[in-house]
Design a binder for this molecule. Structure first.
Ligand SMILES: [Fe+2]
Length: 322
């Protein structure tokens, strides 16, 4: 609609002090824009174009929210997607995005109508179900540049004061290049706080902890964890177990380490049917069986976690960065 401009006669003589104020305002505007610090996304190697995450508050804490094990057409993905509808910030996924096989049809029919409405602000990680289709091709096609370089499944970005790394735990046989990249990526980061996320847990009280078929994957994930630990990283998020489980800060061998340890939290609660807990592992602090999303509030020197269940009890706390 074209706004109507009402013609009115007025005096064109503008007082000098008004001109001065206008000039001042214009000057401040220009210099302010040019010097604004980059609180948003900084692409890292290997250098795929990194879309800018949606900051909730560029000058304050960032919200990072998500879960793994998400969209089976008959599951609860819509319930967790509705939680995202009212939470700002950047969305993460912890793999197994579209069931059962990460096919084009699975993404189109199950993921897209639910979590897909947050796709533009989603930074995903791939899971074994996404690799149910060779090369996880539909996963890379669906998420595009938001998933990093096509076929790699690993990338990093900065979110406020935090360095965030999404990794691929599905390729233990071809993972040497990812480990090299991870070391280099961490070496060039100057962030005080670092978070990494991928699909398969190292520590778990769920049924997959005793899955002999995943020994190589766990061992590979442990290598990633060790590299992160040596670099002083703070937090690791994983999925795969359809459960919520929070561990105390640990070293790569599972020993309690309150000084330098990394806290691993399983958030495989995005919508697929839940598992039962098996034997409780050392340093497991909280275990919940509920669908829901993890909302992280990332400040300059600490993080707050809030697991928000669709129903039932949640889990919250804060931890300072190393
Ligand atoms: Fe999985």
């Amino acid at each position: 609609m074209t706004p109507r401009i009402r013609a009115r006669s007025f005096d064109l003589r503008i007082p000098a002090f008004v001109v001065a104020v206008l000039v001042c305002l214009v000057t401040v505007q220009c210099s302010g824009g040019g010097s604004s610090s980059g609180g948003g996304s900084t692409p890292s190697i290997p250098g795929p174009t990194s879309p800018t995450p949606t900051p909730t508050n560029p000058s304050g804490p960032e919200t990072f929210v998500g879960a793994g094990d998400i969209a089976i057409c008959s599951g609860n993905a819509e319930a967790t997607a509705r939680q995202l509808d009212s939470i700002g910030g950047t969305v993460f996924t912890l793999g197994d995005n579209a069931y059962p096989n990460g096919s084009q049809q699975d993404f189109r029919d199950c993921y897209d109508p639910t979590w897909g409405r947050h796709k533009a602000r989603t930074r995903p990680a791939p899971g074994n179900h996404d690799y149910g289709t060779p090369g996880a091709a539909p996963y890379y096609q669906y998420f595009g540049a938001n998933a990093g370089g096509a076929g790699l499944g690993y990338y990093s970005f900065d979110l406020g004061a935090w360095h965030i790394i999404s990794l691929n735990s599905n390729v233990p046989d071809a993972g040497a290049s990812q480990l090299s990249w991870l070391r280099a990526d961490l070496a060039q980061s100057t962030a005080k706080c670092t978070l990494a996320y991928w699909h398969h847990p190292i520590f778990s009280s769920g049924p997959n902890a005793s899955n002999a078929g995943e020994t190589a994957i766990r061992s590979y994930a442990q290598q990633m964890f060790r590299i992160l630990y040596d670099a002083g990283a703070d937090l690791v998020l994983v999925g795969h177990e359809h459960l919520y489980e929070r561990f105390a800060p640990q070293n790569p061998d599972g020993g309690l380490d309150t000084a330098r340890g990394i806290r691993q939290i399983i958030v495989g609660t995005g919508g697929v049917p839940l598992y039962e807990f098996q034997s409780v592992k050392p340093n497991s602090e909280v275990r919940l069986r509920s669908h829901g999303v993890m909302r992280l509030t990332l400040s300059s020197d600490r993080y707050q976690w809030d697991f928000l269940p669709v129903s039932g009890a949640g889990d919250s706390g804060t931890q300072a960065c190393h």
